[in-house]
Design a protein around this ligand. Sequence first.
Ligand code: PMP
Length: 293
Amino acid sequence: MGLVIYVDGEFLPKEKAVVSVFDHGLLYGDGIFEGIRAYHNRVFKLKEHIDRLYDSAKVILLEIPMTREEMTEVVLETMRKNGLREGYIRLVVTRGVGDLGLDPKKCPRASVICIGASIQLYPEEFYERGLDIVTVPTRRNLAEAVNPRIKSLNYLNNVMAKIEASLAGTIEAVMLNAEGYVAEATGDNIFIVKNGVLITPPPYVGILEGITRNTVMELARARGIPVVETLFTRYDIYTADECFLTGTAAEVIPVVKVDARAIGDGQPGEMTRTLIADFRELTKTDGPLIFPD
Ligand code: PMP
């Protein structure tokens, strides 16, 4: 774990880094966050994460009390203060302290928290062998409700899906939207490969528009692989040649079984392996330096 945590302008030791019980992030899930990775002394896709944070803030009418440049510096300084050249960064902005009512007008100032930590990946064997996952009963919430494109502190929907996956004896869930179209996993986006085409659901199905997702689509296009964002169903997953998940924490991870159906030949696919390699290569050069080289 990181040694010092940024809370509203100060770097505090872990034990002192606390929020009020009247913080609306706690009381109502009223806030937003980002999960960011650093590799090789660089914060990967930092601009994209900062932009998504400010987009989420805009949609929920949350005023972040600093500029994007200042927020970028908060992230880099958190890593420096903890001597971290790689790891996982959690950036949280809550509506701040208010009263027990839910009215955000009673919260005069948003709170900003940044935690730099080391990361525990899925065990390496899953990258070699691939994941065995299931679809779950809990549906991804409607884009017309709290739009999943907002990276909000409301993750109960995804927590329920994670519990259901666990009850089914697996470590990850595929969530469908209310109409039965494939949406995403609990903290990752989903891709399938069919006849050489890379396919992923469009943002309007009700997903977080993942930064790893967008990166993988760019990497595929750079190789001349056709990429299609379209609605698809469980049938399309079962009959796909390959399947994988993408996310900041998971990176690119193969899926070899969904609802007891082997995907393709039941081994991580060739396109998946290629994109994992391309992704790992990109992490060496993308993003601002943490410490001067
Ligand atoms: N979907 C959900 C629900 C997530 O929480 C995440 C992880 N933040 C993702 C997808 C993947 O997004 P990213 O690649 O930006 O980490």
